[in-house]
Design a protein around this ligand. Structure first.
Ligand code: KG4
Ligand code: ZN
Length: 318
């Protein structure tokens, strides 16, 4: 183990911000040695969304086995650890007198682009679309903070997918379900409006209301029959909004390089609708994972042992 560590600098990434418990090991130059993700989606499906208390308890159960598997995949193992997320990271780092890099979740999504085998080089215009965020970012370098050019005024794109899926009687998480079902549907069947807001911002709440009205009075068998068309039309409207705005932002920024990250970047229609030159986050790195966190750790100032013991996890709205 010592020889292994001395030869290559390894980074252990942990991701427990929502309903994935994930651990990854990458090298300093961005090779993924292990990327283990244990989704809790099944657990939350029955509630139609993530229940925070249930998620925390499940993280507690999963964090040690997920860590152990990541470390096993990556080669010679470190130790297993105890607590959830930051606590687990602190425990591991402290026990081995290692530095700890606190990574912003959004920086993590952007850094999903910097891993081998096809790392993307800034500058680029980044569309970050997840369950909590929809942002257009001016990314100038790997380490600096990205400048926000536009953001959603209401729902995030992933949230729109999830809420739409619920209206259509599909399971959670909704984005992947809509993506799957839309393949059998006709996107021209329903004309869902994409709200146009000034500047480079987004708005998805009107779209959700339009879908609500379209399904509201449909009898169950009729909804069943039209579900694929509704999903395809709804998805198409979201994708159109994302692609148009991303292209507009790139033009205003004077760049032709667009990159897309976050859970919604897994959407097959979005991936196909973007210009061929677009840098798409690799599919397994779109939804939450720890390889992206470890990747961002390479460009984050680490806190030296043992000053990080007072470090707290916090949620941001930015
Ligand atoms: O980045 P992520 O895993 O978690 C957050 O940081 O929010 O993104 C999750 C979001 C969910 O809203 C989910 O419905 C959406 O990404 N998503 C998709 C697809 N796969 C996941 N949306 C559209 N199409 C997909 N294939
Ligand atoms: Zn995320």
């Amino acid at each position: 183990m010592a020889r292994f560590r001395a030869a290559t600098h390894l980074i252990l990434g942990l991701e427990t911000s929502c309903d994935e418990t994930a651990a990854a090991v990458i090298t300093q130059d961005g090779q993924i040695l292990a990327n283990v993700i244990s989704s809790q989606a099944d657990l939350h499906a029955r509630y139609g969304g993530v229940v925070p208390e249930v998620a925390s308890r499940r993280h507690l159960e999963l964090v040690t086995p997920v860590l152990q598997e990541a470390l096993r995949d990556a080669g010679p193992g470190l130790i297993g650890a105890l607590l959830v997320g930051v606590a687990a990271a602190k425990a591991i780092a402290w026990a081995r007198r290692l530095p700890l890099a606190p990574v912003d979740h959004l920086q993590g999504h952007i850094a999903s682009l910097y891993l081998e085998p096809d790392p993307v080089e800034p500058p680029f215009l980044c569309l970050l679309a997840s369950g909590g965020h929809t942002m257009l970012l001016d990314v100038q370098d790997r380490a600096g903070k990205a400048r926000v050019l536009g953001t959603t005024l209401d729902d995030a794109a992933g949230e729109a997918f999830d809420k739409g899926a619920r209206l259509l009687g599909l399971g959670y998480p909704g984005g992947a379900e809509i993506d799957r079902i839309a393949r059998a549907g006709d996107p021209g069947e329903y004309d869902f409006p994409v709200a146009r807001v000034p500047g480079l911002d987004f708005s998805f709440s009107g779209l959700k209301t339009a879908l609500l009205y379209a399904v509201k009075d449909l009898p169950a068998d009729e909804l069943e029959r039209r579900r694929a068309d509704l999903a395809a039309s709804y998805q198409s409207a979201i994708v159109r909004a994302l692609v148009e705005r991303a292209k507009q932002a790139a033009a205003e920024l004077g760049t032709s390089k667009i990159a897309v990250v976050g859970g919604v970047a897994a959407n097959s229609e979005l991936r196909a609708a973007l210009p061929p030159s677009t840098a798409l986050a690799p599919l397994p790195l779109c939804t939450d994972n720890a390889a992206m966190i470890a990747s961002a750790a390479r460009f984050t100032d680490p806190i030296q042992y043992p000053r990080y013991l007072g470090l707290d996890a916090y949620a941001s709205t930015a």
